[in-house]
Design a protein around this ligand. Sequence first.
Ligand SMILES: NC(=O)c1ccc[n+]([C@@H]2O[C@H](COP(=O)([O-])OP(=O)(O)OC[C@H]3O[C@@H](n4cnc5c(N)ncnc54)[C@H](O)[C@@H]3O)[C@@H](O)[C@H]2O)c1
Length: 528
Amino acid sequence: MALDMTPEQREIGKANFGRVSEGLTRRDFMKSMALTGGIVAPISAAAYFQYASEQHPSLDKPVRAALIGAGDEGGVLAGEHNPKYLEIVAVCDIRPSNQKRIFTGEPTGPRRGLNFHYGRNANKDILVYTKIDEVLARSDIEAVIIALPLFLHHPIAIKAMQAGKHVLCEKLMAWNITQCKEMIQAAEKHDRILSIGHQRHYSLLYAHAVDVMHSGVLGDVRHIRALWHRNNARPKLDANGREVVPPAYRDSWKPDIKEEDRVALENDIKKYGYKSMEELVRWRLYNRTGAGLMAELGSHQLDACSIFLGKVHPLAVSGVGGRYFYRDEREVDDHVFVTFEFPGLNYFKEGSHEVKDKDDKVIVTYSSINTNQFEQYGECVMGSRGTMVVEKEENIQIYPEAGGRSLEVTVSTTGAGKPALEASSTSGGPSTPVAAAAAGASGPPSRGYREEIEHFAYCIRMWQQGMSKSDRPNVRCPGPNAMADAIIALTSNLAMGKQQRIEFKPEWFDPTNKAVPDAEMEPKIVTG
Ligand SMILES: NC(=O)c1ccc[n+]([C@@H]2O[C@H](COP(=O)([O-])OP(=O)(O)OC[C@H]3O[C@@H](n4cnc5c(N)ncnc54)[C@H](O)[C@@H]3O)[C@@H](O)[C@H]2O)c1
């Protein structure tokens, strides 16, 4: 995602990341690699995230789960889940087209379909429901995976926990922060696992990046630039290659409404809580059902930036956003540009919220646009000794600050015993297999969906063994962590809507405190 990188420089950056990983592992600074018999190798996700392998006795029986919401993301989760850990025994969706696609899948990509995992007769064993209550009433179902539009996360997750189910709910956690707090309280009250689907918590690539960050090898990091850019501004063409009239644009947030769905649902759509078929199928476009680019895309990357910076919460946010491109009925912005102030290591007095050094800040900028994808998506961490680029959840590149983009790097040890990045005089040699694997050069690594579901199932089985609360393993993105991501995303919307710099208050992040940033947003946010 760096602006003017050549393919050769990218390869050098990836190989550099591998060398840095090896150097850090040898100096014992890297957890995501293992040193066995002098050989450095990436460790498995199960070992890194500390959940049992498939042979573990606690996983004798996979967790029986229902998938609620079988659309695009439900399709990804169904395609990526590992039936040895979690078996999908029921599906709930109201759209006939998606009730079929969840079984057949798609010819390419991660939506492989339930038939891929359970065979061509999967729909004989896996019952399809349209009423969520009927699924929740099934006593043999232990857990639910919720991949519904944002506004339904809170009511359905709470109902499911009340019915005794463990919950893996897609991000953004909820439509507002009061709802997030209620979900956390429901999990506590009913003693259920509540996991939220920010899959970067289960990506080994991000684990590598976090290890690099925390080793200090990049030097003094004062700026992270994150972005997710797409280009929907290319007009649709007809069968003859001519622009359709009136002009229409590609837009994954505004898919066509399938005739079979319209025929089946249009007359009854209000019964399901929607105003129209448009609202059901294009829920991302409306404030009542979605929360825009910051909720859908920005939350993932701000989640990553917060993890890079040691899971700290930001201090303040300001930004500009608007509907600058689309001229249609949508209510959410199509371009957002947001600046976050994060605390540096010495901003607060240790262990308190008292400010020690008000100038010790790290600035994170985030943009998500719809009219250019020259750069696509990723995060660029800029330190005084080096730059780390995490690109499209696929690879990591590192460049030394001194010497630029065409030099190899190695890791040396400073007088204080800390690792430091060194540019070597040679330029870009071939990467070792370890370097390539670590950097994601040998094909896209797992984005974390599979591991997220495996770990969820593992935690369920461990909880069922009757351990004390303090001994039970928990998921890596439980309610309070995901609520922080929701606070960041939704407060950004508020800052853009009100055109104000907003300071984050510590009590917003406390699930037991009623204070929320968005009280004044209700019933709907003000948009630019
Ligand atoms: N983690 C990620 O990277 C990621 C990526 C994409 C989407 N998501 C999240 O996943 C969720 C779903 O997004 P999507 O892209 O799959 O949307 P989608 O519109 O493709 O799918 C939603 C599905 O829910 C069904 N549905 C809606 N209301 C229902 C009801 N009352 N009862 C039963 N079924 C109902 C719809 O028919 C549809 O099939 C969202 O929260 C989104 O933010 C996460």
